[in-house]
Write a protein that binds this ligand. Sequence first.
Ligand SMILES: Nc1ncnc2c1ncn2[C@@H]1O[C@H](COP(=O)(O)OP(=O)(O)O)[C@@H](O)[C@H]1O
Ligand SMILES: O=C(O)C1=C[C@@H](OP(=O)(O)O)[C@@H](O)[C@H](O)C1
Ligand SMILES: [Mg+2]
Length: 221
Amino acid sequence: MPAATARVVLIGPPAAGKSTIGRLLGDRLGIPFTDTDAMIVAAHGPIAEIFRTRGEARFREIEREVVRRALRRLLDRPGVVSLGGGAILNSGTRAQLKHPAIKVMSIEIDEETASARLHGSHRPLLADEDPVERWKALAEERRPLYESVATATVSASNDPPSTVVNRVVDVLTGLQRAENYAKFAAEDEAAGDADGGYAEDGQRTVADDTDADDTEGSDEA
Ligand SMILES: Nc1ncnc2c1ncn2[C@@H]1O[C@H](COP(=O)(O)OP(=O)(O)O)[C@@H](O)[C@H]1O
Ligand SMILES: O=C(O)C1=C[C@@H](OP(=O)(O)O)[C@@H](O)[C@H](O)C1
Ligand SMILES: [Mg+2]
């Protein structure tokens, strides 16, 4: 995955590991990491406090502004941005996430994993008698929104953060390869190479050092 072009956003329900995985991914790729909740806390104080004194609607307004800036900056330079679980509730945020330069990784966990991670959680939306039930309802309700903006989905249940990061890097590498191939094919087409580099019998006619030895009739065979 060439870090120079990586623009990655992590979305998903609370406790999926967006903040944890995002930080490790930024380190791995050597590009800046931004956690929009941390930016909110730095500017406005603890999230639970914002919910308590100003209400969820005001929190969502503050969140939208912070996310808008973080995603704009992501277009100026590579980076990893972890959003809060509810950021995708905003249609403007969802529209920004549709930018083709941005890869949106939806981090998924199952109910058992969430249950193991929610003990002692300070998330105001899960400060309920039954936080796991509340989490399930939130995750289910938001699922269509996560799916509507996700470039790919990565499972984070039952695996340590390092494994999840590897999985994200693998997905990003695959996406990059597909993009490079599409670019190559488009350039090839534009250059007027009507057979796309293949002869009628399917043999590659463009020089390619990776499979030269496998070519039937090759001098080296
Ligand atoms: N893959 C993982 N395996 C085990 N624990 C994890 C993993 N990812 C995150 N955690 C833990 O789960 C909790 C929630 O992680 P966090 O990164 O804050 O999630 P999010 O930002 O999605 O709400 C934290 O205590 C974190 O240390
Ligand atoms: O799901 C949500 O609506 C929220 C998730 C939290 O972030 P994490 O998803 O990082 O826990 C935080 O933004 C706030 O408590 C609201
Ligand atoms: Mg987080």
